[in-house]
Design a protein around this ligand. Structure first.
Ligand SMILES: *[C@@H]1O[C@H](CO)[C@@H](O)[C@H](O)[C@H]1NC(C)=O
Ligand SMILES: *[C@@H]1O[C@H](CO)[C@@H](O)[C@H](O)[C@H]1NC(C)=O
Ligand SMILES: *[C@@H]1O[C@H](CO)[C@@H](O)[C@H](O)[C@H]1NC(C)=O
Length: 369
């Protein structure tokens, strides 16, 4: 008996001490902000000359180590966090080994700025998943945006690679990268009082503490692991994930700003019973970020549509909207988009905020009379 207990205790200790203690924690990756510098002898001007010169990272190709305030032609490069960032030239990449828990979902957040190239994209990968993120459209006002991408850990140890697949005439044309962070995602389960998962958008990618520009959730073109569990971004452009530390949010700590008009749509598929009547209810508002104008959020489900207008003064606020519809299948896709584009005075894209979405079956209305 005592022997067995000892044995159980030993196993417990082993299990809890070994894999979990070593797995990565939420937040910036080690030297994720590139503030730990390469040795001067590993730099030629801004070019990083050896593979392991940047602490914690492995590089390949033409990678530059950029200090904030660095001038390139007549362009002054600013860095969103701290004083340093890297630039990925033609076919260049940065890589870091991560200890993760096999089977769990993780979301990567990083900041990027495009420079002079025409069609800038980044290939983010963790074997066997990869995603090609377009960074052509700039949403932030200072050129920097944060992006999220998610993967499911297939191994205990994985390599995160951020690669610039572009080839430009000028090798110094290529995106700047800063603030690479990770967050474990706990995909929310259905709770019984709602047919949608993650209805409040509370589960999502890591938001960098100083990122006053939110995190872009790119359209899911090549992978099916969403950094916003339960939801997918359809169409061509991203939606923006915002938090209550930096924005006005209708409920809880997180919400989504529909920043790309009809070019981005947020969707989720729910189980429904054909012929039953449902109510899709949601909050729409503004992020309190100076996005002023007459906004309209469109909701679609089965054969139903609703257009909910909202007058934004850009100072925060929200209202409720409802779409009632009759299900026609066992699965119903609910979709939200912004009818119009909106811009702030500085020219950056913005739009209505969506939050607190619920989908409930409505008791058959009593029509007899
Ligand atoms: C350093 O860069 C300059 C200019 O780009 C180049 O001419 C020189 O060969 C480089 N030095 C080394 C050691 O690669
Ligand atoms: C955020 O910004 C503040 C003030 O500018 C600065 O002191 C702090 O170090 C920044 N934090 C990070 C994580 O960059
Ligand atoms: C992105 O990177 C992955 C992993 O290296 C690779 O398999 C994939 O082909 C790349 N995609 C593009 C479009 O470069």
């Amino acid at each position: 008996m005592t022997k067995m207990m000892h044995c159980a205790a030993a196993i417990l200790l082993l299990c809890s001490a070994v894999p979990i203690a070593l797995a990565i924690t939420d937040g910036l990756l080690p030297n994720g902000n590139f503030e730990a510098k390469p040795k001067a002898s590993d730099l030629n001007g801004t070019q990083v000359m050896s593979r392991y010169a940047i602490p914690q990272w492995e590089i390949s190709g033409f990678v530059e180590y950029i200090e904030s305030g660095h001038k390139q032609g007549d362009m002054l490069l600013v860095v969103p966090e701290g004083a340093y960032a890297v630039r990925l030239g033609n076919e260049a990449s940065i890589k870091q080994k991560l200890k993760v828990i096999k089977g769990l979902y993780y979301s990567i957040t990083f900041s990027a700025a495009r420079t002079c190239a025409q069609d800038e994209r980044l290939n983010v990968s963790v074997t066997p998943d990869s995603g090609l993120l377009p960074i052509q459209t700039t949403y932030g006002s200072d050129g920097w945006d944060s992006y999220a991408w998610a993967f499911r850990a297939a191994f205990e140890e994985v390599h995160l690679v951020i690669h610039n697949p572009g080839v430009e005439e000028d090798p110094a044309c290529g995106p700047l990268i800063d603030s690479v962070a990770i967050k474990t995602l706990y995909p929310p389960k259905l709770t019984g009082d709602n047919l949608l998962k993650n209805r409040d958008f509370e589960e999502g990618p890591y938001v960098l503490p100083n990122a006053t520009w939110g995190v872009l959730i790119p359209p899911n073109i090549e992978d099916d692991h969403s950094p916003l569990p339960g939801w997918t971004v359809e169409s061509l452009k991203a939606v923006k994930y915002i938090d209550s530390d930096h924005f006005s949010v209708p409920r809880g700590k997180r919400a989504v700003e529909l920043v790309a008009g009809k070019e981005s749509a947020l969707a989720q598929v729910a189980r429904t019973v054909p012929e039953k009547v449902y109510a899709l209810a949601f909050s729409i508002g503004d992020a309190g970020n100076g996005c002023v104008g007459s906004m309209v959020v469109e909701a679609f489900a089965a054969r139903g549509t609703a257009q909910i207008p909202y007058e934004s003064k850009g100072t925060g606020g929200y209202k409720r909207g409802v779409l009632r519809f009759t299900a026609v299948a066992e699965r119903t896709r609910v979709v939200f988009l912004s009818t119009f584009y909106h811009t702030k005075v500085d020219g950056s894209l913005c739009g209505p905020v969506l939050d607190d979405v619920s989908l409930l079956s409505v008791r058959s209305p009593v029509l007899r009379g």
